[in-house]
Design a protein around this ligand. Structure first.
Ligand code: PFF
Length: 522
């Protein structure tokens, strides 16, 4: 009987409470981006020099785009491509599926990095079970030499162990998504408070280290030196989109499980501030350790969290294993709640469009997804002469990350603003948002969506492309040996496969199982 009285919305899924939604959306936003990528970007771009572009990115782009993505979900009660179809027609759906296809690629390597974090977590225990004398993060070939996180990391990725971890992370992700909002909400109620707690422990530890406060000062002291450098701005904008989980349809999927009258200005502010607050705290914790141990990070984005911080932790005066485990458990938990949202952002449009069951949709995402994640964890060493990027998987990941991170989210955001601003009409969205919100958005919001954001995003995307085409691509001297064709093949495979996937899915007839569908197949 209860089955019969359930509404269509409840069948699709619905958050039990506003707090459930806030936890899930902030769990999506807070992830590897806040811990791994933020600290290394802030370091690369000169600490205090990063803040002006960062805050501009938050207020001018981040919060407005989040308001749009959340509102698409509540306006239509559907996930991103289907919502775009209803609001702006077929070209909107095509763009929608393109972003979802990009999300699939990002999910693949995001989960590989999580798999590495899980294997580092095991390394943090050292020889706890086998030989307690073996230090945490001791190199696999020379365990008696003591901790050396860099050697441990590159030794570890050249084994098959990360493949197991990748499979374990995929299994956990699917398990959390099994019953939709019900299981997601149950998981984030535990994981999100836990990651805040772990972060507080780490920041207290970092700041109480000798010299730790200097790291915080480096991070916060304004520095205008880099402000004219276009790379700083590009870095801040791409970081903001990734960190807030924008441009990939994820936030629309989560918002589609909210009631129509949800206050999306309030939700966007709360989620953005929780995310950026966490990012700051993470930055302080990491920078305080860097300064306390006078470590100068070098190398790629992953180096800070995967070998610099563990190396710092290994020099703690006490409870090394505990803090090492803490740090990687934090990475795994934070990344897992983000991976869950990425997969939900891909699975829910398949359910909405094709009318298939959740189990089928999850299987459709998982099979290609797990193959990709495993490929990035491939342990074959292709260039033994270099100490980083030595495995085939690592190099593949690095190259795909370049395309996916620098381009797809920002292009997704650009298309979204142009279509909503010009085709649907910025005023329609603004009126809808204002009807349900305590604060109201003025006419300036129309200018923001129609002009300001598209112009800024076009400049940033154009600038990155210009740099890539003028020879800066990858900036790596890895010798790929017989895999020399890979660097050129990656962007081609990425572009062609995402375009084909979007064409196929857009042209599939919709399974219209919602009698209240107000579709506008223009
Ligand atoms: N925001 C996540 C992080 O900071 O790690 C990553 C992410 C999740 C990006 C979901 C995009 C997305 F749709």
């Amino acid at each position: 009987m209860a089955e019969l009285t359930r509404t269509a919305a409840e069948d699709r899924g619905a958050w039990k409470s506003k707090i459930g939604f806030i936890l899930a959306a902030s769990g999506s936003a807070i992830g590897l981006g806040n811990i791994v990528f933020f600290a290394s970007n802030a370091y690369k771009f000169g600490g205090g020099a990063f803040y002006l572009p960062y805050f501009i990115a938050l207020f001018v782009l981040g919060i407005p785009v989040m308001i749009i993505e959340f509102s698409l979900g509540t306006m239509t009660g559907k996930s991103f491509p289907v919502a775009m179809r209803q609001l702006v027609g077929k070209k909107g759906e095509y763009a929608g599926w393109w972003t979802i296809s990009c999300a699939l690629f990002i999910t693949m390597y995001y989960i590989t990095i999580l798999g590495w974090a899980l294997t580092m977590l095991v390394g943090a225990f050292g020889g706890l079970l086998t030989d307690p004398a073996i230090a945490p993060f001791a190199g696999m070939d020379s365990p008696s030499d003591g901790p050396n996180a860099t050697v441990y990391f590159f030794g570890m990725i050249a084994t098959w162990a990360p493949m197991l971890s990748v499979a374990a992370i995929w299994a956990m992700t699917i398990l959390i998504l099994w019953r939709g909002t019900k299981t997601i909400e149950a998981a984030v109620r535990i994981f999100v408070p836990l990651m805040w707690l772990f972060m507080v422990v780490l920041i207290v530890r970092g700041l109480t280290l000798n010299g730790g406060v200097d790291g915080m000062l480096y991070l916060f002291t304004p520095n205008m030196d880099g402000i004219m450098d276009v790379n700083v701005w590009q870095g801040a904008f791409a970081q903001m989109f990734f960190s807030l989980s924008l441009g990939l349809g994820t936030m629309t999927a989560y918002a589609s499980y909210l009631p129509k009258d949800a206050d999306q200005i309030n939700n966007s502010m709360v989620v953005s501030f929780l995310n950026c607050g966490f990012e700051f705290i993470a930055g302080v914790a990491i920078f305080s350790m860097l300064f306390a141990f006078a470590i100068v990070p070098s190398g790629g984005t992953l180096s800070l969290s995967f070998f610099v911080i563990p190396q710092g932790i290994a020099e703690f005066p006490f409870w090394i294993k505990g803090f090492g485990v803490f740090f990687f458990l934090l990475l795994v938990i934070a990344g897992l709640t983000s991976a869950v949202s990425l997969v939900e952002g891909i699975a829910s449009p398949l359910i909405d469009k094709l009318g298939i069951s959740r189990t089928k949709a999850l299987a459709l995402v998982m099979f290609p997804g797990i193959i990709g994640s495993l490929a990035f964890a491939l342990p074959q060493v292709i260039d033994p002469a270099i100490s980083s990027g030595g495995t085939l998987g690592f190099s593949l990941l690095d190259m795909l990350d370049h395309w996916a991170f620098s381009y797809s989210l920002l292009i997704g955001g650009l298309i979204e603003c142009v279509m909503i601003g010009w085709v649907l009409g910025a005023d329609k969205l603004r009126t809808f948002v204002n009807e349900h919100s305590k604060f109201t958005l003025g006419k300036w919001f129309n200018v923001q969506i129609k002009f300001v954001i598209p112009i800024i995003l076009s400049l940033v995307i154009g600038g990155t492309l210009w740099q890539d085409l003028s020879g800066g691509l990858y900036q790596s001297d890895t010798d790929f040996g017989s895999f020399g064709w890979l660097p050129a093949a990656i962007p081609v495979v990425w572009i062609i496969s995402t375009l084909v996937m979007s064409a196929v899915l857009t042209n599939r007839p919709a399974h219209d199982h919602d009698p209240h569908n107000v579709s506008n197949p223009a």
